[in-house]
Design a protein around this ligand. Structure first.
Ligand code: NA7
Length: 538
């Protein structure tokens, strides 16, 4: 039974879905936005663990199209905490009247393209069937948790919680024995918070990460005022900046500088906080020698902060170049390991061998455990799409199509999937940029294209396989000029045949925008116009 019909179905009401909803309305399209969660906010709805915070500064992590709201909005701190980001998302939905288009607690089960009708048929968990001309996935790059399993986990009868799906009523760990698995951004943020109330906190670490102090603090009225005066210029410059964020790129090569100047610059950036240290010099992510100097700077800091040299050693990353796994931004992360109730276990030395009812067993010892916290990351880019069945024109699902690694054109379109668009999909700068800037660029590009297709009278379009292959090759070529080519992380996916696909586009937000605009300027020639349904059925 078909319930309804719209021009566009948007999947997800995070920051990408909210803007898509708004823009589609502005351009006169009918749309419905289907959201799995019980609220808007996406990432900032689900990741409500203690310490959850964005590592882009508050004033820069806002929509540029909401200046009226931004003018009234008072971010309390330099880096926005999850609760404030969620409030901002809700305020956007309120202010711009988006709630009418949004259906919460509605998971998309499948979306199947019907070539004979040139439309998508989307089925939801609540049983509705929605037909639409276009399907837009605003499902987020880091939404589906990576499954983890250790031997004997079924014996554990304590609490298991994920940072990416933290209980809404919180978890009281006071007086408890807690273990955290994972030392990416989520682990590094939650560990100092839990350490304050847990009786004992064990960090089960597989790979140490580089982390830099956020230097979070209350925002000063004067800096907010200064930002507001300059906001138009700042936003315009962010759109063309490599990371979509003012990281104060010097453009200089570290290896050409005097060592004392380098140390001074790195120290200045470490002291001012955030990840700007990684972006200090143009060659840090490209030249091993430059990278090693910046990495050593952080390793020395870890040793200076952590009292016990053996613990410092365990926390020091050696296996990957700085920046090739997403560098973290923390508040008192390394300092936390000076607390008497905190221990870091190197899982490579002491792997998990099993679980008791209230313990985790390591090779040779047992650690009491009441709460196991999984900060074990996501099935980046593809996970949120994989959990629904998206089937294209040839009856092939997206999951099958991507068995050899995710292939897209500009991270927004996939050959074989007509009238389907992704916001910040694999092959776009997305996680390698200020997400807000990338989201806006993607949404505007997609909606402009849909509008132009409406003007043109096109019924269905699909990117050609050839153009898709060219884009994938370009993304790979750009990555291969960097140190990312030598290190694996969640930025990388291996295909069935062992081929390696690097997912984010590293050419920069500005360059990506330029290339995307060129495609638009050429009339989206990379997209094949499919025959109208009438002529198909002839
Ligand atoms: P990340 O950055 O993917 O971190 C996940 C962490 O979990 C990382 O330290 C992993 O170690 C560890 N992990 C994953 N699986 C296991 C198993 N099976 N055993 C032990 N340790 C494991 O996810 P986050 O949520 O922290 O951050 C994601 C992004 O969100 C972040 O970059 C920001 O953009 C915001 P590994 O390094 O794989 O050895």
């Amino acid at each position: 039974m078909v319930d309804e019909r719209h021009d566009v179905v948007v999947i997800g009401a995070g920051f990408a879905g909210l803007y898509a909803t708004h823009m589609l309305r502005q351009k006169g399209f009918t749309s419905v936005t289907l959201e799995r969660g019980s609220d808007v906010g996406g990432t900032w709805y689900w990741n409500r663990y203690p310490g959850a915070r964005c590592d882009i500064e508050s004033l820069f992590y806002t929509y540029s199209w909401c200046e009226e709201l931004n003018e009234e909005w008072n971010w309390s701190e330099r880096y926005p905490a999850q609760a404030e980001l969620l409030s901002y998302a809700r305020a956007v939905a309120d202010r711009y009247g988006l709630w009418d288009n949004i259906r919460l607690d509605t998971e998309v089960v499948s979306a199947v393209y019907q070539p004979d009708k040139a439309e998508w048929v989307t089925r939801t968990s609540s049983g509705s069937v929605i037909r639409s001309k276009y399907l837009v996935a605003a499902t987020g790059c880091l939404s589906a948790a990576r499954p983890v399993e250790w031997p004997g986990m079924q014996h554990f009868d304590g609490k298991v919680v994920r940072t990416s799906d933290w209980p809404e009523d919180g978890v009281d760990v006071s007086g408890m024995n807690v273990a955290v698995v994972g030392t990416g951004s989520s682990g590094i943020q939650v560990i100092p918070e839990l350490a304050r109330s847990a009786s004992r906190l064990t960090v089960l670490q597989r790979t140490p990460n580089f982390s830099m102090p956020a230097r979070n603090r209350p925002l000063l009225p004067a800096e907010v005022a200064a930002f507001r005066v300059e906001s138009a210029r700042i936003r315009e410059s962010a759109k063309h900046h490599p990371s979509g964020y003012d990281t104060n790129v010097t453009g200089l090569n570290l290896v050409d500088q005097r060592p004392e100047d380098v140390q001074k610059e790195l120290t200045r950036r470490w002291e001012s906080g955030g990840s700007a240290l990684v972006w200090a010099y143009a060659d840090v992510l490209v030249d091993k020698r430059a990278n090693e100097i910046a990495a050593k700077f952080i390793r020395d800091k870890i040793r200076a902060i952590v009292d016990d040299p053996a613990v410092a050693d365990r926390l020091t990353p050696w296996d990957h170049a700085l920046g090739t796994k997403r560098p973290c931004v923390d508040t008192n992360y390394y300092q936390t390991f000076n607390r008497p109730n905190v221990e870091v276990v190197d899982l490579r030395q002491e792997p998990i061998s099993g679980f008791g009812a209230r313990s985790v067993e390591l090779a040779g010892r047992s650690i009491d455990l009441d709460v196991l916290v999984l900060a074990t990351g996501f099935q980046a880019f593809t996970g949120s799409l994989d959990r629904m069945q998206i089937v294209g024109a040839d009856r092939i699902s997206l999951r099958e199509k991507w068995e050899d690694g995710p292939k897209t054109f500009l991270g927004v379109a996939v050959s074989g999937f007509p009238n389907f668009f992704m916001i910040t999909g694999p092959g776009s700068p997305s996680v390698f940029s200020n997400m807000m800037v990338s989201i806006e660029q993607h949404v505007e590009w997609i909606v402009d294209m849909i509008e132009s297709l409406r003007d043109e009278g096109a019924s269905a379009v699909m990117v050609s396989e050839e153009e898709e292959a060219k884009w994938v090759a370009h993304v790979d070529a750009v990555a291969s000029q960097t140190l990312f080519a030598q290190h694996d992380s969640w930025y990388v996916r291996y295909g069935r045949s062992g081929n390696r696909v690097f997912m984010p586009y590293l050419g920069g937000v500005g360059e990506f925008r330029r290339l995307s605009d060129e495609v638009a300027g050429r009339g989206y020639k990379e997209f094949i116009r499919l025959r109208a349904p009438e002529s198909i059925s002839d």
